[in-house]
Design a protein around this ligand. Sequence first.
Ligand code: ZN
Length: 262
Amino acid sequence: MIFETHAHYDDEKFDADRVELLSHLLKEKNIDKIVNVGASFRGCSDSYDLAQAYPSVYAAIGIHPENIEDYTQEAETWIREKAVDPKVVAIGEIGYDYNWVKDPEERKRQGQVFERQMELAIELGLPVIIHSRDAAEDTFNTIVRYNEQGLKGIVHCYSYSKELAIEYVKMGWLIGVGGVVTFKNGRKLRETVEAIPMESIVLETDCPYMAPEPHRGERNSSLFLPYVAKAIAEIKGLSVEEVESITYKNALSLFKKVKGNN
Ligand SMILES: [Zn+2]
């Protein structure tokens, strides 16, 4: 069975087949648990609704660094209220995105919203899902500080060095591995997968984005996760089933509200 730790089924690219996918198609293909991750305030609300509507879907709620203007008092109050729901399992995705944002003031504001939500996660007793692009050092420094207070989470769509990944693993954080591990130019991520223990890896799509080979460029969905598991299995010298079952357990150990089926 597969635990999909990062999907965006609220995206309009799923308007035509969202109901079929979430009500039975994914389940039939062994996709047992799905965390739908909010990025905007609207996305959080949609994730919450999907989690209420489908037994296998859970919600992560949080404001992405590209949408920090969404982080209002109203949004924070909403997150606080919904976080106690049994189907809300994490705060995310939150973090830094320096890929688009070059202005130092704007980056500072990203940091404020990120830290505010890290504090909220600690207060609410939930793990976090981290988005980090071109911001290795600031992300690491922030996580180290909150890790000291007991916070845990996933560094999603991990794109940094294997040395840094090892530092996260030492702190008990998980590394999110998706379609990039199958890409021709995904060597850096493959080296990371090789360098870290299997117990630190979780499967994710980031769908509708990041479809693995041989579907690169197409709309992604959790149905393509076996390609990701296969790439990891080849690196680790394991069977695809072993990769699926270990990563399933890893996700369960982080998302404490999710009850497993094995
Ligand atoms: Zn995402």
